[in-house]
Design a protein around this ligand. Structure first.
Ligand code: PLP
Ligand code: ZN
Length: 420
């Protein structure tokens, strides 16, 4: 495979491909590095054909993922048949949404269509496959919600024991979806940031593969598959802009890394997209630092209905800030009311019911469009990362039902009274 080693983002020190996430010299985060020279300078059409002939899931991008032996399963062909294949989710042209926002071209990448209904299936697929290569028996995570469900499900599919750590106040739908897979579900009395600290400590004491702690460099690479898919679905063209929800900032930054890798190989045409990050006002450390012109985030205590984005001390915050600025984008925040309005707007115009994180992204898209920050002619991709069935409570008061006796007259009376 093409992955060669891990490298510190800060000082450039290199490390072997084992379970580690921080540089021993400077504590900077580690990132996977590849040698794609065997793909460069060759026949681009041939390389595209090879990708298109791959399995209908993220393993079609195996050349760009940090696995030593390749996708799980007896052969690459069978990678579609083993475990819970993620990816190849729909990219939908949303003309009615675009029309309402005064834009020409908006696409919705519906990652709620993954096996456990969020984009976390991509990152967990890669981390779990690498954990198995490294010989781990136990998979674990610190979760804001969706990661819990994904780790529990992929553990079940691969026959690995799992430990899932969640904040005690998580939405019930997310707790149930994880618990039913037979995981060891640990509800921690505290915020996600407390859960994360506990897991960082545990990763030094237990021989467990924490997908987003000691396996984080591998986990993070899974997000790049969203970039590859978007580019492939647009006919190997890059969009002009992506609107992306930010929790730790990993998805936001890795999406850009994916676009950039393919651009360097000349697999895609177009320039690198403008990156617009989306946060909830109740947990907006990156948006706040962006607005203040700071290079680092000041940690906050989250209080928002967008629980899957409620990370008060985002690990990739500085890199998200750097990317938003360098790409000509921004990081915006929206209120809980705007998030609910965003969920309704997306559902009304596309039929896609998203969770609060998707409401954040949709509301930020609407805000940027209405303020004129997005040029009318841009081709915009909106990332919908999770399913509305996971945060049902948020949709509760967005409509009312008409209750009637079972007769035509009762219906006519109710409609005439303008109840509907
Ligand atoms: C985890 C998650 C994100 C983004 O998380 P990052 O930590 O920034 O990679 C976005 N949306 C949903 C629904 C999530 O669960
Ligand atoms: Zn370093």
């Amino acid at each position: 495979m093409a992955v060669t080693n891990l490298r510190c983002r800060e000082c450039g020190a290199t490390y072997p491909l084992d379970a580690r996430y921080a540089c021993e010299r400077c504590f900077g985060p580690l990132e996977a590095v590849y040698d794609h020279s065997h793909l460069a300078g060759g026949d681009v059409a041939e390389l595209r054909r090879r990708i298109q002939a791959g399995p209908q899931n993220i393993w079609r991008y195996a050349d760009f993922l940090p696995l030593a032996e390749g996708p799980p399963g007896p052969s690459a062909r069978l990678a579609s048949r083993v475990g819970l294949p993620a990816g190849c989710t729909p990219l939908i042209r949303a003309d009615r949404l675009a029309g309402e926002l005064g834009l020409r071209e908006v696409w919705v990448k519906n990652d709620a269509a993954n096996p456990t209904h969020s984009f976390k299936d991509r990152v967990v697929s890669v981390a779990a496959a690498r954990a198995r290569e490294l010989g781990y028996q136990v998979l674990a995570c610190a979760s804001t919600g969706n990661l819990a469900g994904a780790v529990a499900a992929y553990g079940a599919a691969l026959g690995m024991e799992t430990y899932v750590f969640i904040p005690a106040d998580l939405e019930e739908q997310k707790v149930l979806a994880a618990g039913v897979c037979g995981t060891n579900l640990i509800a921690v009395k505290g915020s996600y940031d407390d859960v994360n600290r506990l897991c960082a400590e545990l990763s030094g004491e237990r021989d467990w593969a924490f997908v987003n702690v000691n396996l984080r460099p591998y986990y993070a690479e899974g997000s790049k598959t969203l970039a590859y898919e978007i580019a492939e679905q647009l006919g190997f063209e890059l969009p002009d802009r992506c609107v992306v929800p930010i929790a730790s900032g990993s998805l936001f930054t890795k999406l850009a890394k994916g676009f950039s890798e393919w651009r360097q190989l000349q697999l895609v045409s177009g320039s690198e997209p403008i990156m617009s990050g989306a946060q909830a006002e109740g947990c907006a450390p990156v948006a706040t630092a962006f607005a203040a012109g700071q290079e680092f985030c000041t940690p906050v205590k989250p209080n928002t209905i967008a629980k899957s984005l409620a990370i008060g001390d985002p690990a990739d915050g500085p890199y998200a800030l750097e990317l938003a600025r360098a790409s000509g984008g921004q990081v915006e925040a929206v209120s809980d009311e705007e998030i609910v309005a965003g969920i309704s707007l997306l559902a009304r115009t596309t039929g896609i019911f998203t969770e609060t994180a998707g409401g954040v992204a949709t509301a930020v898209l609407a805000k940027l469009a209405r303020s004129g920050a997005i040029d009318r002619d841009e081709r915009v991709v909106l990332l919908i990362t999770g399913d509305g069935l996971k945060t049902l409570e948020a949709a509760r008061d967005t409509f009312s039902a008409v209750a009637i006796e079972p007769s035509v007259q009762a219906l006519d009376r109710a409609l005439a009274a303008g109840v509907a």
